[in-house]
Design a protein. Structure first.
Length: 561
């Protein structure tokens, strides 16, 4: 198997990541003579009783060598007769999880080390989850320090079971498990004489032969990085082809302007070509003038939505906790745009994978959130168009990277739609759960994943913090919509101006009871809402609504429900 393999090593503190890669380079004779001699000399004055300390090959910072831990991401480039490699050795300490995420963002394969004496730890789980989040599909779980576990086959199988459970939980693809001793070299570059019970590949033989097929994406698209205009006769659009290919004469569509044009010229550097494929940086000239600037996208044979509301999974990287309602600069593809973190839908428990209500996200935590952008942009789900599904949040004051993540879903409207009938669409906020956090001493909302309900469908009238009657009406004022529920089923969805009071309880779009008992009071309520200009204040809600008729607030500890 030829070609370049980019891989990452990760795991908990002192699992032996740097030692593993150092031993691989040393045993495979991939070091220059002066590097080898320097390593042997430094090891003699180190803390390994004169034995070679292979981690010194990658732990380059003085602080790393003094503390015996990896802090920064160390990249190594090496070649064997069969393949070329770039390896990122990443920190294991929780404090440096964001450094590890940077390394994972470039890799095709992850080697996750597990200490045979400890098994799968919290940080191991966190790193596996982040690798999956970053789109890594190929995994080697290296069960290290087998020498300290007396090369026990039973211990290896015990940890295999832990990894199997983790693989199922995270839906990991292409997982292999290899028992190793990074210090002694067992199963690193050659089979171990101490573990005859293991007949699988070594680390080196596997990474030399694994075929890391990339997921084929629909169509062709080019996020534009720069508009090149050296003179008045030439206007070129520069960017990298992220999938598919382009040829002179192809019809392309520009986003967000939705204009079309034909490719007139393709340049790679200064060379003019007739075709160009995935991964090539190109300059494209079209046969007509179109509205394109940095952050726009050129597409062929694919549909990419324009969205101003994104559902995203974020790894929080800032020392400052997240703040809902705060504005960040959001970089998705080549587009930078202002946006607001509107909701924390849930946090993800690293150990169990369970979803938890949360008012904040702290550093190194993972959460599902919603972002509202200043205007619609060309963006897509990470699983569909990777380059348009990755993003980072930048603090507008400190200019620090606050979070990185991927797009799970896109929406061109101001909220998740749950009630649908033809062109009529209404939000499903009546299904939100309300919790009082004992740690934060704040009330938080947990949004459920959006589910579509149409006439005839049964809806959940009871949740953890709400209980609605079997027969009631929902007035979703913001969407100018009314929903009739009869016998826990949707009887009809209709425009608000056609609604007629039917002598059943009435709630607003968030499940608060409305004091409506006749058609006259319905009109009075609508008039009061109109007079608020669509921005009702506390006085209007206090006059017309009750929170606790069908809702209550549940207590929970440390954001755990």
């Amino acid at each position: 198997m030829s070609g370049l393999l980019k891989f990452i090593t990760c795991g908990s503190v002192d699992d032996g990541k740097s030692t593993l890669i150092g031993h691989l380079l040393y045993d495979a004779k991939l070091l220059y003579t002066d590097q080898e001699k320097e390593l042997e000399l430094e090891s003699k004055v180190g803390s390994c009783d004169g034995a070679i300390d292979y981690s010194l090959l990658l732990d380059g910072l003085m602080a790393e060598r003094e503390q015996g831990i990896t802090i920064d991401v160390a990249y190594r480039y090496f070649n064997t007769e069969k393949r070329s490699f770039i390896v990122a050795d990443t920190p294991g300490h929780e404090e440096y999880t964001r450094n590890m995420a940077v390394g994972a963002s470039f890799a095709d394969l992850a080697i996750i080390l597990v200490d045979a004496t400890k098994g799968v730890l919290t940080q191991t789980r966190r790193h596996a989850r982040i690798c999956a989040l970053m789109g890594i599909r190929y995994f080697i779980f290296a069960i290290n320090k087998m020498d300290l576990a007396n090369y026990s086959e039973q211990r290896f199988h015990e940890i295999e079971n832990q990894i199997d459970a983790l693989q199922k939980e995270l839906n990991l693809n292409q997982v292999i498990r290899i028992p190793v001793s990074a210090t002694e070299g067992d199963n690193v570059t050659k089979p171990s004489v101490h573990m005859s019970w293991y007949t699988g590949p070594t680390i080196l033989s596997y990474i030399e032969t694994v075929d890391v097929e990339e997921t084929t994406e629909e169509g062709c698209y080019v996020p534009i990085q720069r508009v090149c205009r050296p003179n008045h006769n030439f206007r070129g659009f520069q960017g990298q082809i992220e999938s598919g290919s382009l040829a002179v004469g192809d019809l392309i569509t520009t986003l967000p302007s939705a204009e079309t044009g034909k490719v007139q010229r393709i340049l790679i550097g200064m060379e003019e070509v007739q075709t160009a494929g995935k991964g090539r940086p190109v300059t494209l000239q079209l046969d007509r003038e179109v509205d394109v600037s940095r952050g726009c996208v050129l597409t062929k044979d694919t549909t990419i939505p324009l969205s101003n509301r994104l559902t995203v999974t974020l790894l929080w990287m800032d020392d400052q906790v997240s703040a809902t309602g705060k504005e960040y600069m959001i970089k998705a593809g080549t587009k930078e745009i202002a946006g607001v973190l509107t909701d924390i839908v849930y946090k993800i428990d690293i150990n169990t994978g369970h979803h938890m209500a949360a008012a904040q996200i702290r550093k190194n935590e993972i959460a599902c959130c919603t972002l509202l952008l200043q205007e619609p942009i060309a963006a897509d789900r990470f699983t569909r168009h990777k380059a348009l599904g990755e993003l980072i949040l930048i603090d507008r004051i400190s200019h620090m990277t606050a979070a990185c993540g991927v797009i799970d879903d896109t929406c061109t409207e101001h909220g998740e739609r749950a009630f649908v009938k033809g062109t009529l669409k209404g939000r499903g906020d009546i299904f939100e759960e309300y919790y009082y956090g004992m740690e934060s001493m704040t009330i938080t909302k947990e949004k459920k994943s959006p589910q579509l309900y149409r006439p005839g469908d049964v809806i959940p009238v009871q949740g953890q913090t709400y209980q609605y009657p079997d027969d009631f009406d929902i007035l979703i004022i913001r969407d100018s919509l009314a929903v009739r529920i009869r016998g826990q089923k949707i009887e009809d969805i209709l425009p608000l101006h056609t609604y007629i009071y039917d002598h059943v309880p009435v709630v607003n779009g968030r499940g608060f009871a409305i004091h409506i008992d006749s058609q006259e009071t319905f009109f009075q309520f609508l008039q009061a809402y109109k007079e608020s200009g669509g921005h009702p204040d506390a006085a209007l809600f206090s006059t017309w609504m009750d929170f606790d008729t069908y809702r209550h607030i549940r207590f929970h500890n440390d954001f755990d429900i």
